[in-house]
Write a protein that binds this ligand. Structure first.
Ligand code: HEM
Length: 491
């Protein structure tokens, strides 16, 4: 009897402790003791959580998966957190599992580091990219060279009636970031190494999406001492990450063989190494990790957006024709579009915005972490809490996007079609907001604008008869379209 009473008291105490912890976070769907909302959480389709709970909990709710993760699902709330209270939300998860799986070495590089190291790596990386012309001149030249090679590849395709543009796009985008970081490009008929990188990357993110056991290692790091749990929630994913990072290690090493400190830097690696003389935080480990972050983040995101662009334009012929008319009026056929044309190409700008909104390539967003106790929309959020500023939900459901499921670039034009509607444009927050906003935004915008307008200037994109386009994304953190065939016709 006494033993039973003792057990009952312990259970009640444990429940009391658990729900006292739960009460410190913004409300959300009922969490079961200790497993929280794990039973209903789909890690491969995190964005679906907001569909269920965003309006019920007025734009801010907590899922216990099983660690508390606060979701912010409307634009104003994300803005309040990431912009107005930017420092409070600028952390990334410090959890050993997240650090080992997503970073070359814990707390290094830009994407997943914290505190002083993150601030300094981000500052140095952005200043190097600015110096080598991110968003303008030199970078534009590199993008245009890659675009020319991509168009030549399309010209060489024999059967234009059955084309999958996945690889031509992937190589165009991959070559741009490869040249930026390491100073060289691949030829389309000699790029097995890059293809292998992309395949390994796919394997890594594919397995992450199928591994809810990662949450076990995150919630109870002491269980990582058990080899079976450690392998499934950490080691196998870390090994996959190190396989892709090896590409970057090899390239950094090769690049440094030809490095002379007195020469004008010809790529990111050389410029970073020059910084290292002045800045002790620019270690070789940080160099590899930063390049790894930029190569990962800079490749799959832009490629995936461009792949969606092709599919959306294939099924929206009216928008495609309108875009082509504008390109041919402003640029003509004798040269490629450049960034100098952009100001005169309002519909092209609107199309890129609508592509990014509809492509909506990240499920949720990357995880942030609070760096102190804070308050958003009147709700307290404790220090060291995981926070998802759910840009996916904003792009898909913000009430300012009328008929949000319809591909409609015109939504961004003012009444006489001569300018963009700034307030609506701001809500296309595909690069996120605030201190952790995408560090490659400048480059990505150039790639999307030049890549897309050059494609439509030169090719008509069509669906194949009897083969409707499948718009259901693959269930992963980066929501990629399935590989599928379309038809292209030279304009
Ligand atoms: C269409 C293309 C792209 C999209 C939609 C995109 C989107 C994003 C998003 C949503 C984040 C997370 C922001 C947050 O945590 O709140 C991010 C972070 C980042 N992106 Fe991009 N990105 C794109 C292209 C690129 C490119 C081309 C590069 C590199 C040249 C890049 C480098 C990074 C880096 C380094 C971070 C981490 C920033 C930090 O933690 O401080 N991205 N990106």
């Amino acid at each position: 009897m006494l033993v039973l009473l003792g057990i009952a008291t312990l259970v009640v105490y444990a429940l009391f402790r658990y729900y006292s912890m739960v009460s410190k976070y913004p409300r959300g769907p009922f969490p079961w003791p200790f497993i929280g909302n794990m039973l209903e959480h789909n890690i491969a389709q995190e964005h679906l959580a907001a569909e269920k709970y965003a309006s019920k909990f007025d734009g801010i709710f907590t899922l216990h998966v099983p660690l508390p993760n606060v979701f912010l699902t409307d634009y104003e709330t994300i803005r309040e957190a990431f912009v107005e209270k930017g420092d409070d939300f600028a952390g990334r998860p410090e959890n050993i599992v997240m650090q080992e799986i997503f970073t070359y070495t814990p707390n290094s590089g830009v994407l997943n580091s914290n505190g002083e190291n993150w601030r300094e790596q981000r500052r140095v990386a952005l200043s190097i990219l600015r110096d080598i012309g991110m968003g303008k001149n030199l970078m534009e030249e590199q993008v245009l060279s890659s675009v020319r090679e991509y168009l030549a590849c399309l010209d060489n395709i024999k059967d234009k009636g059955k084309v999958d543009l996945h690889w031509p796009i992937q190589l165009m985008v991959g070559n741009i970031i490869n040249e930026t970081l390491f100073g060289y490009r691949y030829k389309y008929d000699d790029c097995e190494v890059l293809i292998k990188y992309v395949e390994d990357f796919q394997k890594w993110i594919g397995e992450l999406a199928k591994s809810p056991e990662i949450a076990v290692g995150m919630a109870a790091p002491s269980l990582l001492k058990i080899p079976f749990i450690r392998y499934h929630s950490l080691t196998k994913h870390r090994d996959n990450m190190l396989t892709i990072a090896q590409y970057v290690v090899d390239n950094v090493e090769k690049c440094l063989e030809g490095y002379k400190p007195e020469d004008e830097p010809s790529c990111f690696v050389h410029a970073y190494k020059q910084n290292a003389y002045l800045n002790h935080i620019c270690s070789d480990e940080n160099l590899i990790s930063t390049c790894n972050d930029f190569f990962m983040a800079g490749q799959e995101t832009t490629t995936t957006t461009m792949r969606w662009a092709v599919l959306y334009l294939a099924i929206n012929q009216e928008a495609q024709e309108k875009l082509r008319r504008e390109i041919l009026t402003v640029v003509g056929k004798d040269r490629l579009p450049t960034m100098a044309d952009k100001a005169k190409m309002i519909f092209a700008q609107a199309t890129v915005l609508e592509v990014q909104r509809m492509a909506n390539i990240l499920s949720g967003n990357l995880a942030h972490r609070t760096t102190r106790d804070t308050v958003v929309k009147g709700h307290k959020i404790p220090n060291d809490t995981l926070v998802t500023g759910d840009i996916h939900y904003v792009l898909a459901r913000d009430p300012n996007f009328v008929e949000p499921e319809r591909f409609n670039p015109d939504r961004f034009l003012n009444d006489d079609g001569t300018a963009l509607r700034k307030a609506l444009v701001d809500r296309v927050c595909a690069f996120s907001l605030g201190k952790r906003i995408c560090a490659g935004e400048g480059l990505a915008r150039v790639e999307l604008f030049l890549g897309l307008t050059a494609t439509i200037q030169n090719y008509r994109i069509l669906t194949r008869e009897g083969e409707p386009i499948d718009l259901e994304p693959l269930p992963m953190k980066i929501l990629q379209p399935k590989d599928q065939f379309i038809k292209i016709e030279k304009v």
